[in-house]
Write a protein that binds this ligand. Structure first.
Ligand code: B12
Ligand code: SF4
Ligand code: SF4
Length: 377
């Protein structure tokens, strides 16, 4: 058995669903795309700024010869029959599948370390592992390694497992025969483009990341009012463009139990975070990938969801939010209040403006009043 075959065999044994190999050459074609994306303000604050680092694996490991890329499915078998209509009435928000189980960064990094240990049984080598937070573009590595093809929704789609796969990789100083990229199979399908709630998928593989709901649920930047409405009851991430993908309907399910939503069932009670300390939050939700921005951002998203549900039963929480110590919570509570009950909102916010000490929040409240009084809503 040659080394590559041996690695494939060992990877399978330790529960790695997909594996592919590529060289460490620079991703020259990507440079211009990244620059154009930045110029057009379609990038995010979650990405490495240095384009050289993003496109040159050898800047991260000068003796890099091959990259071993892995994919692990998180498309686990959970009967998820709750439609968003039901959610709208049930005071629960949605967590994307990428945040259902244990944080995938931990799971994939452990698998890569395990794999490295296995490889070291047959050859001594140097390596560096990355999952999501490295400067390189994980999807480009996955594409070059034959893990999958770029769907129009930008996701890497594997022929066997579909697109609900996480990607990780290992830069190594060993020579391994590269795999070939696989053909794109989107054809004439436009399901993801048609279904995207914010029109973030612009076609030609361009996703305007700043309109993507997944981004909106994570950013600390101010979310435009019209996009808040499109977030519905999404509390972390967005799966819409993958759920409508026909490829995902006929793929093999993942078996990694770490990705089962054992604690949350994929939902979050909208009022829960209001009465939870940071310590309690960490204890219950610290295991999820979606907790990386902290409790307050998820609480903000719950407030947006309450504004979208428009259920007066939530008014108590929202009105209390007007006096929260966090300026983000005060601002979004004011928006949600105006969405739920415009008349009451205008009355209460006029009163609160005088009490508000932070100039930025005061200005936001004035802007909100103008927006809602201007009968836009
Ligand atoms: C920043 C980031 C985000 C941002 C921006 C996403 C984006 N589309 O760029 C936000 C917050 C929106 C986001 C959302 C999500 N993310 Co994210 N994210 C990242 C991160 C950290 C960087 C992505 C990046 O560099 N984007 C920059 C652009 C240049 O890269 P790109 O997405 O590959 O897009 C280019 C290609 O399409 C390229 N291209 C390549 N080949 C071809 C071929 C042709 C013909 C053409 C025209 C173009 C083309 O052109 C585009 C640039 O113009 C990566 C991890 C990493 N370090 O790479 C994870 C990563 C991409 N995210 C991941 C996941 C799971 C998600 C979500 C599904 C989570 C969720 N459920 O909410 C969504 C999916 C949203 C979407 N439709 O992309 C996974 C993707 C796994 C997969 N199967 O593809 C990654 C790889 C993390 C991981 N290691 O598993 N994410
Ligand atoms: S994740 Fe949601 S908002 Fe983002 S591109 Fe896909 S459907 Fe659109
Ligand atoms: S929904 Fe259709 S167009 Fe979009 S990624 Fe899937 S196959 Fe491609």
């Amino acid at each position: 058995m040659d080394l590559k075959e041996d690695i494939l065999h060992r990877a399978k044994k330790i529960g790695i669903d997909i594996i592919g190999f590529s060289n460490c050459e620079a991703f020259d074609g990507l440079r211009d795309k990244l620059l154009l994306r930045r110029r057009n303000k379609k990038d995010t604050e979650f990405e490495e700024n240095d384009i050289e680092l993003r496109t040159k694996p050898k800047r991260l490991m000068s003796k890099c010869k091959s990259i071993i890329a892995i994919g692990i499915s998180y498309n686990v078998d959970v009967k998820d029959n709750i439609t968003s209509d039901v959610l709208l009435k049930s005071h629960k928000g949605n967590l994307s599948r990428s945040s259902w189980g244990i944080d995938y960064h931990i799971i994939l990094k452990n698998k890569l370390e395990e794999l490295a240990k296995e490889i070291k049984k047959v050859v001594n080598f140097n390596y560096k592992v990355f999952v999501d937070t490295g400067p390189l573009v994980d999807r480009e590595i996955a594409k070059r390694s034959g893990i999958g093809w770029y769907g129009k929704n930008n996701s890497i789609i594997n022929d066997k497992y579909g697109s609900f796969i996480f990607i990780g990789y290992m830069l190594t100083d060993i020579d391994l025969e590269p795999d070939r990229p696989i053909d794109n199979k989107c054809g004439f399908c436009t399901n993801c483009i048609d279904a995207c709630p914010t029109g973030a998928i612009e076609g030609n593989n361009i996703v305007n990341a700043r309109r993507c709901i997944s981004y909106l649920t994570q950013t600390k930047e101010k979310i435009p009012y019209e996009l808040r409405e499109k977030m519905g009851t999404k509390i972390y991430g967005c799966d819409t463009c993958q759920l409508v993908c026909p490829i995902n309907k006929k793929t093999v399910l993942g078996e990694n139990e770490s990705f089962y939503p054992k604690i949350t069932n994929g939902k979050i009670e909208l009022r829960e975070l209001f009465n939870m300390s940071n310590r309690e939050f960490k204890k219950k939700y610290g295991h999820m990938a979606g907790s990386w921005r902290g409790k307050n951002i998820l609480k903000r998203n719950c407030i947006i969801a309450m504004g979208n549900i428009k259920d007066k039963e939530n008014l108590d929480f929202i009105i209390k939010g007007l006096e929260d110590q966090s300026s983000i919570i005060r601002e979004y509570s004011a928006w949600a209040l105006l969405k739920i009950d415009k008349g009451l909102g205008i009355k209460l916010i006029r009163k609160y403006i005088d009490k508000e000490k932070e100039v930025d929040v005061k200005n936001e409240l004035i802007k909100l009043l103008k927006y809602f009084e201007g009968d836009n809503k």
